[in-house]
Design a protein around this ligand. Structure first.
Ligand SMILES: CCC(=O)SCCNC(=O)CCNC(=O)[C@H](O)C(C)(C)COP(=O)(O)OP(=O)(O)OC[C@H]1O[C@@H](n2cnc3c(N)ncnc32)[C@H](O)[C@@H]1OP(=O)(O)O
Ligand SMILES: O=CC(=O)O
Ligand SMILES: [Mg+2]
Length: 322
């Protein structure tokens, strides 16, 4: 009996609450320095949901122009030359840098638009208005891109709700839609004046705040990067913790991290069996007029049914979008 409880609770504790209007899976969001053709070519061979071609912090100041033009030439070529239909994302430089305008012009006027623009270091409404003006002017016709904003400073964590809300408002009449929020842990550490520890305890408050607010707007929440890329055991632990908090994916910097993250952000076989069994049982009990009932020794009513539905939904959404 004790074992049974543990098994069921192990299933429950890993559940993501998702409620989405459209869904592009981004379990692993993998950065590739935009000036490195070897790494870019390698990335396109991987089984990864999202490739983040980087113009920002993974690129030296002297290589910004090379990164921009390399990414542009990739976007000018057809997407389906690779074996997998991944999300083609570009991380541009922050709006208040000298590079962002040129980055946006290069990527948003390419023959094929990126699926997603990743906008780092967003801190106030002015940044978002500036981005909206640029995107609306540069994107042709009726096309729309996904936008993911980064919360990665003390100020941005405090203003996270306001930033998400305002981006959604701007998106209503814009050529972009807000798809998610990235929790930029490493820049946040720099902003707070701390050095990141191995267990990440210093990040807990902000990490939870970012996922809570993202989910309040039905957005994807993409968890912090694990820079100790050779430690795959700790990576798995962080993934499970993030998924348990409600994060839908994680930033990745090395190919070895990809399979761990892609797997960790999908419900496992045991969770799927638990969820489908519960949903069947829920239907039967509803027919009999019973709102609360016992399934595998646990009291079930509407909230647990919704958690089970989330598991089934995330699996369906992920497999149907790939
Ligand atoms: C922290 C906050 C952030 O903003 S994170 C985002 C900014 N940083 C980045 O983008 C860094 C991305 N990662 C990297 O550049 C590399 O993984 C670093 C960490 C430098 C290690 O590279 P390297 O010494 O080549 O690793 P390795 O020899 O183990 O690589 C094995 C093969 O995999 C390739 N690889 C490596 N990283 C990537 C990547 N991100 N994307 C695509 N491919 C990658 C290497 O080129 C190498 O391939 P090959 O076997 O030589 O063909
Ligand atoms: O951009 C990501 C971060 O952790 O900083
Ligand atoms: Mg950052």
């Amino acid at each position: 009996m004790k074992m049974k409880f543990r098994t069921v609770f192990n299933c429950i504790k890993k559940i993501n609450i998702i409620s989405v209007r459209y869904y592009t899976p981004r379990r692993a969001l993998m950065y590739v320095p935009g000036d490195n053709l070897r790494k870019l070519s390698k990335a396109f061979t991987l089984d990864v949901d999202c490739i983040a071609m980087d113009c920002e912090d993974g690129v030296a100041l002297s290589q910004k122009e090379t990164a921009r033009s390399t990414i542009r030439s990739i976007l000018d070529t057809e997407k389906n030359v690779t074996r997998r239909n991944f999300d083609r994302a570009v991380r541009v430089n922050p709006v208040n840098s000298e590079f962002c305008h040129d980055d946006l012009r290069a990527v948003l006027t390419a023959k094929y638009l990126p699926d997603t623009v990743l906008l780092p270091k967003v801190e106030d409404k002015g940044h978002l208005e500036w981005f909206a003006d640029q995107a609306n002017a540069l994107i042709r016709d009726e096309a729309k891109i996904d936008l993911i904003i980064y919360v990665e400073s003390a100020l941005a964590v405090i203003k996270c709700y306001e930033l998400c809300k305002y981006t959604m408002e701007l998106a209503e009449n814009g050529k972009f839609r807000l798809a998610g929020v990235v929790f930029g842990s490493d820049d946040l550490c720099a902003s707070l004046g701390i050095t990141r520890s191995h267990d990440g305890a210093e990040l807990l408050y902000a990490r939870q705040k970012v996922v809570l607010i993202s989910k309040a707007f039905n957005l994807q929440a993409i968890d912090m990067v694990h820079i100790d890329f050779k430690d795959l055991v700790k990576l798995k632990e962080y993934c499970e913790q993030g998924a348990q908090m409600g994060y839908t994916g994680k930033q990745v910097i090395h190919p070895d991290q990809v399979p761990v993250v892609q797997t960790a952000f999908l419900p496992n076989k045991k969770q799927v069996e638990w969820a489908t069994g519960l949903l069947e049982s829920f239907k039967e009990h509803q027919k009999k007029g019973q709102g609360a009932f016992v399934y595998k020794g646990i009291m079930i009513d509407m909230p647990t049914m919704k958690q089970a539905q989330n598991i089934v939904d995330i699996l369906k959404l992920t497999s149907s979008s790939l």
